[in-house]
Design a protein around this ligand. Structure first.
Ligand code: MG
Ligand code: MG
Length: 257
């Protein structure tokens, strides 16, 4: 089901998204070797609650934490834990905020003193692909135009695309229609109409595209255990132009890596 939002509803999503962006910034300032991933979760959880929001993921289908923290070969849905980040890791931090009845959702993958250029390039090109997808997310286009833009970009570097997990509509529900795959054909899929709010979130692998779920029932990792990157924004489609509602600007300010 696709729910089209009013300008007022999208303003509320944007307010929540600002809290989300600043929560990401708090986390970004702590990402370094030696930090436990559960310490990152605690900071984000407290920041969101102190600013009038609720962490969208906590309790979602029983998920235990405010953040999904996925390192290296983990693609998404990893748990915060006693694991300490170490040099050479990459870590995807995915967070959602529920504020005044609406969710927003965004993710960023950090390098933790990474020296492997192939891994750094994976992050760079996956982040670029998010913005290629956003360029495709224009009023009057279709979902496939977003998917195609992401696919073209990442496949040109020889990366593979996780197909089982996709972007999604966002609003009163964390996950709504339409699905936003990271691969597809131009001109196919649902039309992008005024008032649509969608999360675009490429999940891109350095090795093969196949994934498996860990025995914890949540964590998704690459089957070949090669690294995977994940970047996400929530965007609103308007006739006058697309607006990115979430922000990574606080991440860029605070991350010292
Ligand atoms: Mg997310
Ligand atoms: Mg999402």
């Amino acid at each position: 089901m696709i729910y089209y939002k009013t300008r007022e509803e999208i303003e509320l999503i944007k307010e929540g998204a600002d809290i989300l962006g600043r929560a990401h910034g708090e986390v970004a300032g702590m990402v370094r070797p030696g930090v436990k991933t559960k310490e990152l979760d605690k900071v984000a959880d407290e920041f969101i609650c102190d600013h009038g929001g609720k962490p969208s993921f906590k309790g979602y289908n029983g998920f235990p934490s405010a953040l999904c923290i996925s390192t290296n070969e983990q693609v998404v849905h990893g748990f915060p834990s006693d694991y300490e980040l170490k040099p050479g890791d990459i870590v995807s931090i995915d967070c959602g905020v529920f504020y005044k009845g609406y969710h927003s959702d965004s993710a960023y993958t950090y390098p933790v003193d990474v020296e492997d250029q192939a891994v750094m390039d994976l992050l760079t090109h996956t982040e670029e692909s998010l913005y290629k997808g956003i360029e495709g997310a224009k009023f009057g286009n279709r979902i496939g135009d977003i998917s195609y833009a992401i696919q073209q970009h990442v496949e040109s570097f020889g990366y593979t695309i996780v197909r089982e997990l996709v972007g999604h509509g966002v609003g009163k529900n964390l996950h709504e229609g339409p699905e936003v795959p990271n691969y597809g054909k131009r001109g196919k899929g649902a039309k992008l109409k005024d008032g649509m709010v969608i999360a675009i979130e490429p999940m891109i692998n350095l090795g093969k595209r196949n994934i498996v779920q860990e025995a914890d029932g949540w964590t998704i990792r690459t089957s070949d255990r090669k690294p995977s990157a994940h970047f996400e924004h929530t965007v609103a489609i308007f006739k006058e132009g697309t607006e990115v509602l979430t922000t990574h600007k606080y991440i860029k300010q605070k991350f010292k890596g």
